[in-house]
Design a protein around this ligand. Structure first.
Ligand SMILES: C[S@@+](CC[C@H](N)C(=O)[O-])C[C@H]1O[C@@H](n2cnc3c(N)ncnc32)[C@H](O)[C@@H]1O
Length: 221
């Protein structure tokens, strides 16, 4: 039986480039790997994880979905399981923002114009991942707010262009989420963290002014 994807993984699946190989890094339960494999839309589907335990769960999921022959499972750290140019899309879902950028930093071939699309669902620190992507030459293809299991997530897709952008605090906080109907809910959730954040910022600094402005704006809900 084909597994059901939660809203976050379903949104990530929509962002995978069709017709090109794809890798689900940190595949764990293997649900996304199985759905991608079963779709028949990709010439190669790779599921990979750092640990053998998750990989055996993924193997079981593939067997239950009867698509074990349509995906390869690989054990290893981050993108070390892939060769340069092997895939058109890389999904990094459910790991922290820091793990996400550390995994990317260890694979210089990702920083290539025309390189893979990186689809990310950071478990934490969305704003910091956005800043990292912009300041390292990535451009956003999508930044979609999604609610799953009562929590807000941002499903991001980015491609390397080499053009670096120094974003403002507000850009990092909300990214492109405002263009989605769910954007207001996401913004309210992000802005609810601001009063606590503001406590650590000295008065009179540009950051303090920006946070104060956002607080004055309210949530818009
Ligand atoms: C919380 S699970 C996320 C599973 C799935 N991607 C999702 O979003 O539902 C995180 C998985 O990432 C794996 N992981 C963490 N660091 C990794 C790394 N450096 N390389 C590959 N996998 C990693 C963990 O072993 C774990 O199975």
């Amino acid at each position: 039986m084909l597994p059901t994807l939660d809203a976050r993984l379903a949104a990530a699946a929509e962002l995978v480039r069709p017709g090109q190989p794809v890798a689900d890094i940190g595949c764990d339960h293997g649900k996304l790997t199985a759905v991608l494999a079963a779709s028949g839309r990709y010439p190669k589907v790779i599921g990979a994880d750092l640990r053998p335990g998750p990989l055996s769960k993924a193997r079981q999921t593939l067997e239950h979905a009867n698509c074990q022959d349509r995906a390869e499972l690989r054990l290893g750290d981050g993108l070390s399981v892939l060769s340069a140019g092997e895939v058109g899309s890389i999904v990094l879902a459910g790991v922290s923002a820091q793990t996400t950028w550390e995994i990317l930093e260890k694979a210089p071939w990702v920083f290539t114009v025309g390189g893979p699309r990186i689809i990310m669902i950071p478990a934490t620190r969305h704003s910091e991942l956005r800043r990292w992507l912009w300041t390292h030459g990535f451009a956003f293809v999508a930044d979609r707010p999604v609610q799953a299991a009562g929590r807000w997530y941002a499903v991001m897709a980015a491609e390397y262009t080499g053009e670096r952008h120094e974003p403002t605090f507000s850009e990092c906080l909300l990214g492109g989420t405002g263009s989605w109907p769910e954007g207001a809910g996401y913004a309210a959730w992000q802005k609810a963290k601001l009063p606590r954040m503001r406590l650590g910022v000295p008065d009179g600094t540009p950051l303090a002014d920006e946070i104060d402005r956002l607080l004055k704006e309210g949530t818009g809900l």
